[in-house]
Design a protein around this ligand. Structure first.
Ligand code: FPP
Length: 243
């Protein structure tokens, strides 16, 4: 894939070496599926299906670039409020993806799949597929793709605190919380397409020092080039971590 590298004015293959620094962990809020479908006078579920294909492509691109961790926000704890038809369609998309994942990324690539979020509320058949995908990719050493399903950042922190209280802790430190939230590393870069500029309860604990990158592109139209543009911008950021 020959890509125009805006920095060098050369046609170049974009690789990890094209960047002076890459984020260790990228969080992606896959937003804009509904609007993408509406623009085409199609049901929202069609937008989610198109979004699922982009999820596959971008997780593979992150893997190709050697990004260590990428978390995709696929379903929030608030998304249950959507019409049942839309929720069912999303759950079916997750199942279809996991059924196909065996012959797709989990065998052809070196991606490790992990899930974050509350298990309560998710059907047993989807939970079984999630467990299977985690087990089957456990030994993979490439990119870890976290799929956030039934995930909420506040709930994650509250549940960490409750675990600590249950263990008898009376004074809680940052380290205690860090080791009791889902085992997702500190997030370096949050990408949100579709023109919205908010965090929406995503990785609240891990995003304390995240850089943000927004774009007007709707998620189903998001391309590897958009990911590269976010990485170019990240490279230029002067991160001081409060110092
Ligand atoms: C937000 O856009 C998107 C979601 C609530 C769902 C995201 C899920 C996917 C992209 C499917 C992922 C599939 C797999 C297999 C991981 P929106 O629907 O709220 O869009 P809108 O803001 O334009 O209405």
């Amino acid at each position: 894939m020959a890509i125009f590298n805006k920095n060098s004015n050369d046609i170049k293959e974009i690789t990890a070496d094209s960047f002076s620094v890459l984020p260790n962990h990228i969080g992606i809020i896959m937003d804009g599926n509904g609007r993408w479908a509406k623009k085409r006078a199609m049901p929202r579920t069609v937008g989610h299906k198109a979004g699922a294909e982009v999820f596959r492509a971008i997780s593979k691109e992150c893997s190709r670039l050697g990004i260590k961790y990428v978390t995709f926000y696929a379903f929030s704890t608030e998304n249950w409020k959507r019409p049942k038809e839309e929720v069912d369609a999303l759950m079916n998309l997750f199942k279809d993806y996991l059924l196909e994942a065996k012959s797709d990324i989990t065998q052809s690539g070196d991606i490790r799949l992990k899930f974050i979020g509350e298990r309560v509320g998710i059907s047993n058949d989807l939970l079984a597929l999630m467990d299977e995908a985690e087990e089957e990719t456990e030994s993979h050493t490439g990119t870890t793709v976290y799929l956030a399903i039934n995930y909420g950042g506040r709930q994650e922190i509250v549940s960490a605190v409750n675990k600590l209280i249950a263990s008898g802790k009376t004074e809680i430190t940052e380290d205690d919380i860090s080791s009791n939230v889902y085992t997702v590393p500190e997030c370096d870069l949050i990408i949100r397409p579709s023109g919205e500029e908010r965090l929406s309860n995503f990785l609240l604990w891990q995003a304390a020092y995240s850089e943000f990158w927004y774009s007007d592109v709707l998620w189903p139209d998001f391309k590897a080039d958009d990911l590269h543009a976010a990485l170019r911008e990240f490279e230029k950021r002067n991160r001081r971590f409060g110092g």
